[in-house]
Design a protein around this ligand. Structure first.
Ligand SMILES: [Cu+2]
Length: 180
């Protein structure tokens, strides 16, 4: 077991999306329009949210394969992981922190093999975000200690939609190559 995976339920949404859905349904059923100011729309939205049909219309995330490569120096280290989204809505990885670093930034690798910081990584609906060597990765800066193979570090991942996920990531030797 290389990392702890934790399926997460997205935060309950505000009533906004469901209200619009419910209002549209109510308008169809009752033939009322915005102009007539039908007041039953809000009660219709309550019942539609309890059917469960809308509950899957959200990102559902799982993190796997997290690890940190033992760095050459104590200045910075790189972290890798995969986020799988089995939901029907995309999400975004918007921030990462770690117990061993003052700051964790998200880096993408350009076609010219240079890396540059990004504000977020998209996790497509029904897809994956893969951070791996030579590609997109996490950059751990301001290390409190140099991570050494055999140790475990913690990442806390924050998302635009879903609840934050905390994963434990082993520190792997510089020669390590993930199997996937
Ligand atoms: Cu980098």
């Amino acid at each position: 077991m290389t990392s702890r995976t934790a399926p997460t339920r997205p935060r309950p949404r505000t009533g906004r999306v469901r209200f619009h859905t419910g209002a549209a349904v109510a308008a169809l059923l009752l033939g009322c329009t915005v102009l007539t100011g039908c007041s039953s729309a809000s009660s219709a939205s309550t019942s539609s949210s309890s059917t469960g049909a809308v509950a899957y219309d959200e990102p559902v995330l799982k993190v796997s394969g997290a690890y940190v490569r033992q760095p050459v120096t104590a200045d910075m280290a790189a972290g890798y992981l995969t986020v799988t989204n089995t939901g029907r809505q995309p999400d975004k990885l918007t921030g990462v922190s770690s117990d061993i670093a003052d700051m964790v930034t998200m880096h993408r690798t350009t076609a010219a093999h240079q890396m540059e910081p990004v504000k977020a990584f998209t996790i497509p609906a029904g897809g994956t975000l893969v951070l791996r060597t030579g590609g997109n990765h996490l950059m751990l800066m301001g290390l409190k200690k140099k991570p050494t193979a055999g140790q475990t570090v913690t990442f806390r991942l924050r998302f635009a939609q879903s609840d934050a996920i905390t994963v434990r990531a082993p520190v792997e030797p510089t020669t390590y190559q993930p199997s996937n």
